[in-house]
Design a protein around this ligand. Structure first.
Ligand SMILES: [Zn+2]
Length: 92
């Protein structure tokens, strides 16, 4: 598993869904140069959500949309599960 890239993950992910999701991001290299933009956006969005939940949410009480509500996170989850979901199910 290539963990050398600076993927960031949600705290509430299980190891299995996490690995699949990150594999999905690896598959997103398919997008080529655009993936750099996706990766930066994904990382920035992650830290924004951390900041929001720590600082803004306690004041305005407006929950954030689900993590996969943005297309490139949803795509990473879907592509990753297509690739490795079966593998994990078979291994269990
Ligand atoms: Zn992601």
């Amino acid at each position: 598993m290539d963990c050398g890239m600076f993927f960031v993950v949600g705290k509430d992910c299980t190891y299995k869904s996490l690995m699949c999701h990150e594999m999905g991001h690896a598959l997103q290299w398919f997008w080529g140069p655009l993936f750099v933009f996706i990766a930066l956006w994904s990382a920035g969005r992650y830290w924004w959500r951390e900041f929001y939940e720590a600082v803004i949410y306690p004041r305005n009480k407006k929950p954030l949309p689900p993590y996969d509500s943005i297309w490139f996170e949803r795509e990473a989850t879907q592509w990753g599960w297509n690739k490795c979901g079966k593998f994990y199910d078979a291994a269990e």
